[in-house]
Ligand binder design. Structure first.
Ligand SMILES: Nc1ncnc2c1ncn2[C@@H]1O[C@H](COP(=O)(O)OP(=O)(O)O)[C@@H](O)[C@H]1O
Ligand SMILES: [Mg+2]
Length: 241
């Protein structure tokens, strides 16, 4: 049975999609585990761009067959990034957040768990119905934030409103730098959660990733890429537990 790893955040623009795509590539291509990435945004996701893919289908195409979903349906809906790594893209236009509710996501993940060893969920910020369902079904929940006061406050409010707070696995502090407003340790204490990973602020590493869809995790000398490779190994330890 595949393991579902949800990447969440209170605030937008903190790096969820960058993290989800690079981890997907690190685990699927680098570590050769069969991996899927699902872009759960109801229309504004960027996972395809970050991977330089042009998906012809998205999860919206699966909505009419959710009650009878099979492996064949998945095969038709996903876009291959490389051997061992597939993307299920977000719809090409904005849909109502309600359309992929709890039951639909449960059906979708049941079939994904059968087919893949590791399934990453790239979510969008906030607490809409898709995100609630994703939070419920993820086996490992990673909460991404940047080391600044607005991000810290949003994350605290978010965590305070989640009844299942105690099962959030850990914090991912992204865009960290020596001059950051808040230290990782202070963030962990303030939010009363463990730090899963700290990723550096690395505009150079990100540049060709966001401009040309070349995941920095594939570049040997990228500082951020190295951090993603380390993080992917830690994720796999949780998967294998
Ligand atoms: N570690 C990092 N170093 C430098 N820039 C980063 C880093 N992580 C994210 N960014 C910048 O933040 C932007 C938003 O990231 P993205 O993954 O789209 O956030 P989200 O999915 O949370 O909205 C990226 O396009 C990139 O320019
Ligand atoms: Mg995103």
């Amino acid at each position: 049975m595949g393991c579902v790893i949800g990447i969440f955040s209170a605030k937008g623009g903190v790096g969820k999609s960058l993290i989800a795509t690079n981890l997907g590539v690190a685990v699927g291509v680098g570590q050769k585990r069969s991996t899927a990435l699902i872009d759960l945004s109801p229309g504004l996701g960027t996972a395809d761009v970050l991977l330089d893919l042009k998906p012809e289908r998205s999860w919206a195409d699966l909505l009419p067959v959710m009650d009878e979903l099979t492996d064949k349906h998945l095969q038709l809906a996903v876009t291959e990034y490389g051997p061992g790594m597939d993307l299920l893209a977000c719809p090409p236009g904005l849909l109502d957040d309600e359309c992929l509710g709890r039951e639909n996501l449960a059906s979708l993940l049941d079939v994904f768990r059968e087919k893949y060893q590791v399934i990453f969920l790239d979510t969008f910020s906030g607490w809409g119905s898709v995100n609630r369902a994703a939070y419920l079904y993820a086996d490992l929940r990673l909460m991404v934030l940047t080391p600044d006061v607005p991000s810290l406050r949003s994350t605290r409010r978010y965590l305070n409103s989640i009844p299942e707070k105690e099962i959030t696995a850990g914090l991912v502090i992204n865009q960290n730098s020596p001059g950051a407003a808040v230290e990782p340790q202070e963030i962990a204490e303030h939010l009363d959660l463990k730090v899963f990973s700290v990723l550096p602020m690395d505009p150079n590493g990100v540049w060709s990733n966001v401009s040309y869809g070349q995941p920095c995790v594939l570049r040997k000398n990228s500082r951020l890429g190295k951090s993603f490779r380390r993080m992917a190994k830690k994720v796999l330890k949780c998967v294998d537990r």
